[in-house]
Design a protein around this ligand. Structure first.
Ligand code: ATP
Ligand code: DNN
Ligand code: MG
Length: 239
């Protein structure tokens, strides 16, 4: 019955990996769980039929969960809004001459809730990404009252992006359910070990002071692009 919203400090921070791995961990605890994507941009058209494909993030979620695409994926219930242009949803929809109606998103979430105990709803980009010209992602989350999971990493710049996200959450009178620290950017190409370790410490102390109820979860790097999975441990009272 419950819906958890997975957002992050930016695009490419690891929301899809976090969502797939949470779903896998919940499945292993016997929870009947499905994932949904709010809106997917950058989706290719099928060369033969010309139809726009299934959302890439939904495909990755199922791979990480180790299950095939479900009927609700194939009929696009898990992501009705899919656009070709890899951009902010408000732009991608406009370029496709479409108008995204958030009531449709809410109604597919309800359909999924009827069949599953937990729906993990992944956003596109960060919290202040516009879903439409009028509505920011965070305002949709606030309207729906969904518990909010924020994905971050040790990439240089993450402290600022994480604290700005937490400020924005607070400004809507919301709290953060969990912060997931993705270890993907701890390597030398993105940052260095000293920065990553300091970022973890700083963020943990900040959360302890300002968001004491938030869970802290560490997402390990998944090998083979997610096909051999390192364990991801969920706290007992996660859902
Ligand atoms: N924990 C991880 N283990 C292995 N690879 C990862 C991990 N996290 C992220 N990646 C890599 O980083 C890329 C970006 O991550 P991901 O697709 O999860 O970002 P996102 O936040 O979902 O982006 P978007 O806003 O487009 O939905 C992935 O395609 C994958 O290659
Ligand atoms: C295409 C990309 N991977 C994401 N799905 C969409 C990211 C939108 C970011 C918009 C912005 O913050 O300026
Ligand atoms: Mg994603």
């Amino acid at each position: 019955m419950s819906v958890l919203f997975i957002s992050g400090i930016d695009t490419d921070i690891g929301k899809t990996y976090a969502t797939g791995m949470i779903a896998k961990a919940l499945m292993q605890h016997g929870v009947n769980v499905i994932t949904q994507k709010l809106v997917q941009t950058g989706v290719a058209r099928d060369l033969i039929s010309g139809k726009i494909g299934i959302a890439d993030d939904i495909i990755t979620h199922r791979q990480l969960m180790g299950i095939p695409l479900q009927p609700c994926d194939i009929d696009n219930t898990t992501c009705p809004y899919r656009y070709e242009k890899p951009a902010s949803p408000h732009l991608s929809a406009a370029l496709a001459n479409d108008i995204l109606n958030t009531d449709v998103i809410t109604s597919v979430t309800k359909i999924l809730q009827a069949d599953y105990e937990v729906v993990l709803l992944e956003g596109a980009g960060g919290l202040l990404v516009p879903i439409t010209e009028q509505l920011l992602t965070l305002d949709y989350i606030a309207e729906q009252g969904y518990p909010l999971i924020l994905v971050t990493s040790g990439r240089l710049g993450s402290i600022n992006h994480t604290l700005l996200s937490l400020e924005a959450i607070k400004s809507r009178g919301l709290d953060v359910h969990s912060v997931i620290y993705n270890h993907i950017h701890d390597n030398a190409a993105q940052t260095d070990e000293q920065i990553a370790a300091s970022t973890i410490k700083f963020l943990q102390n900040y959360l302890a002071e300002y968001h004491p109820t938030a869970h802290w979860l560490a997402l390990p790097v998944q090998e083979d692009n997610g096909f051999s999975h390192t364990d991801f441990i969920l706290p007992q009272n996660f859902v």
